[in-house]
Ligand binder design. Structure first.
Ligand SMILES: *Cc1c(COP(=O)(O)O)cnc(C)c1O
Length: 355
């Protein structure tokens, strides 16, 4: 069929490819950084008949109750918060706010590959700075100098897929020294030792984003938010879809947000499992990047990341493999239940024995 022509940039691009969501059930799914624990049990009580009846109404366009409670938690004002359909929605909004042909994106590489896709959609140039692979993917000391001229820099902190974080002092020098907007994509902050919240008060160019997909076990409802100066939030509000957070998501997100004790409990279990299996994988010769997230970026002793990925597949264990010179020796392993991690470790030992 001869379809009408789309914009050349769309026709020419591949588009972002999300991790696999296999349909079969026996698989151990450690490939998309979902949480192995269920979301807060409080969610089971909130979908009352009255709540179902209210679905005939449009949702609150700005999710004001959530904004207020999120603002209070972070010690900012509600007009410094924007709610979104997952933090990917925040990224899309920022790309539309800051990027075009003459307004480049900057980012370290490797990082979350959606950033580049969003820049492509805006026809925006991308300035990339390689991380120091030989130093656990540290950020080069001259990073700020090398991204001069970009309109926004997107920093996944902690980073994906490598799992490491960058020193707060280095981040502060970036905020102070870079003229454009600085996004800290803190999708994994609840598994980390620190975050960039405190920069919001000191630097007008800082934007911090968070998601309920990882630490709150709610990837399925799509909720995320960003914090920034009111003037930045106002511009972002112009760009977002009018009803970008649906009513069910607002209800579930609010209920989850209020249960901080459950978040603390499940996040600390994930962190403990992470540290246990980091040590166990290192003990059998793997290189494991120090992780501040809910995953491990690990290279087998023979450095054959692809071979290990494929071997795990034959065992019905699904992890993520990122080909290329910067990442191809590693696989990314989402932290699962302790029993799933134990099985993964057995597979790793078997892989080492035969290669
Ligand atoms: C998972 C992830 C996201 C996307 O989160 P959603 O809220 O599910 O859209 C954003 N950034 C990074 C670095 C992630 O790993």
């Amino acid at each position: 069929m001869n379809i009408p022509p789309v914009r050349p940039v769309i026709a020419g691009m591949t588009g972002y490819v999300p991790g696999e969501q296999p349909k079969w059930t026996k698989i151990i799914k450690l490939n998309t950084n979902e949480n192995p624990y269920p979301p807060t049990p409080q969610l089971k009580t909130v979908l009352t008949p009255e709540a179902v009846d209210r679905l005939r109404l449009y949702p609150d366009p700005v999710a004001q109750t959530l904004r207020e409670e999120i603002a209070a938690f972070h010690g900012v004002s509600p007009d410094q918060v924007i709610a979104a359909n997952g933090s990917d929605d925040i990224l899309t909004i920022l790309a539309r706010c800051f990027l075009d042909e003459t307004h480049p994106l900057a980012m370290p590489v490797p990082t979350y590959s959606l950033y580049k896709t969003l820049a492509e959609l805006q026809n925006a140039p991308v300035i990339t700075v390689p991380l120091e692979k030989e130093s656990n993917y540290a950020l080069p000391a001259d990073f700020t100098d090398r991204i001069r001229g970009a309109s926004i820099v997107m920093m996944a902190r902690p980073n994906a897929p490598t799992g490491n974080s960058y020193a707060l002092e280095q981040m502060e020098r970036l905020c102070a020294g870079f003229k454009g907007a600085v996004l800290f994509d803190e999708a994994y902050a609840d598994f980390a030792d620190d975050n960039c919240d405190s920069f919001l008060k000191k630097y007008p160019n800082v934007i911090v984003s968070r998601t309920f997909s990882k630490s709150r076990s709610l990837a399925g409802i799509r909720f995320g938010y960003a914090l920034a100066q009111p003037e930045i939030i106002m511009e972002m509000m112009k760009v977002k879809d009018s009803y970008n957070v649906n009513a069910l998501t607002q209800l579930f997100a609010l209920t989850s947000f209020r249960d901080r004790a459950y978040l603390a409990e499940t996040s600390s279990k994930v962190r403990a499992t992470r540290e246990e299996y980091r040590k166990k994988l290192e003990a059998i010769g793997f290189q494991v990047i120090p992780s501040q997230t809910n995953f491990l970026f690990a290279a087998p002793p023979d450095r054959d990341g692809k071979g290990f990925f494929e071997f795990l597949r034959t065992k019905q264990v699904l992890v993520r493999y990122f080909p290329g010179e910067m990442t191809g020796e590693f696989v990314r392993i989402t932290i699962g239940l302790p029993e799933d991690m134990a099985f993964l470790l057995e597979c790793a030992k078997e892989f080492c024995a035969k290669s």
